[in-house]
Design a protein around this ligand. Structure first.
Ligand code: DX5
Ligand code: ZN
Length: 218
């Protein structure tokens, strides 16, 4: 099993105490920040001003997940705000290759997400443009949903495609990741794991992160 990264999602954190909620996950590899626009997904979370504030106080890098329409227009500002990686959705982007290149030119890792039923195969030739591929294991929009096992074959195909491409692309899964389901995703080839409710729903956030790490490596 490869080295793994754990990215807690602050979607499940206490938004009135974000600074202490960020400090609590300092042992994680990055903080996953879910931006939703109530258009690409039926939920509204936070936007650029709050991401800029999180960037100022976070002890760990920002992994920004944009669940928004027209990422071609909006995503570059998150790279300019200092996010270590910026993920846009393939289903929403007009010119994904151009956008991935723009994000890299601004110093961020370029990352693209696929909804559970979006096919991987049309995007395989694009892997060298990406630093990370995110496979959603729930329908984007809400935390606390159950991991969709139907995505596991796509995780396997993505692992094979990344290895075959020779490119250095992290393979992230997001949605329903727990100490149990992380084993399934890791075994299928994922190396980067988002976890919202299973981290922030725990009494001991640091122990939950350590538990996920141990399960992924098992
Ligand atoms: C869902 C978000 C996820 C969410 C995951 O649309 O993209 O990042 O926070 O939450 P859990 O881990 O509770 O499924
Ligand atoms: Zn997310």
């Amino acid at each position: 099993s490869q080295a793994c990264s754990i990215h807690p999602s602050i979607l499940s954190a206490d938004f009135m105490n974000l600074e202490s909620e960020l400090t609590a996950i300092a042992s994680a590899d990055a903080v996953h920040v879910d931006v939703m626009d109530n258009h690409f997904v039926p939920n509204l979370t936070l936007g650029l001003p709050l991401v800029e504030g999180i960037q100022r106080v976070s002890p760990i890098p920002l992994d920004v997940h944009l669940m928004i329409s027209d990422p071609d227009r909006w995503a570059p500002a998150y790279a300019e705000a200092g996010a270590a990686s910026v993920t846009f959705h393939a289903e929403a982007a007009t010119a994904p290759i151009k956008l991935a290149r723009t994000l890299r030119s601004l110093g961020a890792k370029s990352s693209m997400a696929l909804r559970p039923v979006t096919a991987l195969e049309p995007y395989i030739d694009m892997l060298p443009e990406l630093d990370m591929l995110l496979l959603m294991t729930v329908e984007p929009g809400f935390g606390g949903q159950a991991f969709l096992d139907v995505v596991v074959p796509k995780i396997r195909r993505a692992r094979a495609a990344i290895d075959g491409s020779g490119a250095s692309v992290a393979l992230q899964v997001d949605g329903g990741v727990t100490a149990e389901t992380i084993k399934i995703a890791a075994e299928a080839g994922a190396d980067t794991f988002v976890a919202g409710s299973s981290v922030y729903g725990s009494d001991d956030v640091a122990a939950a992160i350590a538990g996920l790490r141990a399960s992924a490596a098992a």
